[in-house]
Design a protein around this ligand. Structure first.
Ligand SMILES: C[S@@+](CC[C@H](N)C(=O)[O-])C[C@H]1O[C@@H](n2cnc3c(N)ncnc32)[C@H](O)[C@@H]1O
Length: 292
């Protein structure tokens, strides 16, 4: 059950006439060494991103099939990518990002985890020119597309994704949705400020202001994928969105057990966040495999 203060914020979102305008990220490509470090840490050692990464990992594992080549758009430090690559050792993963410092973090993480099925490529996700038409089995992206400068770049990225993805391939793009009220954005950005680096709090604030709306995603998804993919959001208040194809498999037992073990290791406060995310996405039509 979400906390009372979260419920209050969501209720105000539902009843407001406000809609804050989009403010693009001040740093589209994240290459400042301190910012990269703060972001990387927030996704490791049970950082604030841990429940979000676990939730998306559970979803992404359902759209990956053994033997797939999976592309991660704007992989950043690869916290999400390496988690999924370890869970799916029979697949090949390629992370794409424009930031050399992010890619350094990503390569170091993959090496420290001993992952032989991951590689990284420097490039822009708006033009995936080094990947051929219908050459990729699965495309994933988490918490990254709001770094694009405008809706045209979002459309362009989804069109490129549709071009390189095989017709029966899997797609899972997750990102923030733009909240309506400035106060809601401030609330969520600062919710865990005591548990995270101030640069990450600032980063999160900027991300929420730069987020695209549900309508932006729906339009871009329809233009690029037609009926092949659909946009889902957290129920009623689209603060998180996923543009995706249906699941391509039920999770095998071994994978379910591995995901359960990651969940079991989360501290209680992260388990609560995970449960909230799961509840709001489930109500929005995204089913999550059982954990218990
Ligand atoms: C907030 S991070 C998300 C990283 C990762 N996907 C995750 O879930 O932790 C956003 C990333 O997008 C990258 N980025 C921004 N614009 C890009 C572009 N046009 N092409 C490739 N990467 C881009 C940034 O460098 C940064 O690493």
């Amino acid at each position: 059950m979400p906390s009372l203060s979260v419920m209050k914020v969501l209720l105000k979102e539902l009843t407001t006439n406000e809609q804050v305008p989009r403010v693009p990220e001040p740093t589209l490509v994240m290459d400042d060494i301190d910012q990269v470090e703060a972001y990387t840490r927030a996704g490791r050692e049970n950082g604030v991103m841990a429940p979000v990464y676990l939730f998306h990992a559970m979803q992404i594992c359902q759209i990956i099939l053994p033997g797939d080549h999976v592309l991660d758009l704007a992989c950043g430090p690869a916290n999400q990518l390496c988690m999924i690559a370890r869970l799916n050792p029979d697949c090949q993963f390629t992370g794409v990002d424009l930031s050399p410092n992010m890619l350094n973090q990503a390569r170091a993480l993959a090496a420290s985890m001993g992952l032989a099925n991951v590689k990284f490529v420097a490039g822009s996700i708006t033009e995936l020119s080094e990947f051929g038409d219908a050459s990729i089995d699965c495309i994933m992206s988490t918490m990254a597309l709001h770094h694009l400068p405008n809706v045209d770049a979002l459309r362009c990225t989804l069109k490129e994704s549709a071009r390189v993805l095989k017709h029966e391939g899997g797609l899972y793009l997750a990102d923030f949705g733009r909240l309506k009220r400035r106060d809601s954005i401030d609330y969520f950005a600062n919710q865990y400020k005591d548990r995270q680096h101030p640069l990450f709090t600032l980063d999160y604030l900027n991300s929420l202001h730069a987020a695209f709306t549900l309508q932006d995603y729906e339009q871009a998804c329809e233009d690029a994928f037609g009926h092949r993919a659909k946009v889902f959001s957290t129920w009623k208040v689209p603060y998180m969105l996923t543009t995706r194809t249906p699941a391509r498999r039920e999770l095998p037992q071994q994978l379910t057990e591995a995901l359960k073990a990651i969940h079991a290791d989360l501290p209680d406060y992260h388990k609560r966040d995970f449960a909230d995310l799961k509840t709001f996405f489930n109500l929005g039509g995204v089913k999550t495999p059982a954990l218990g």
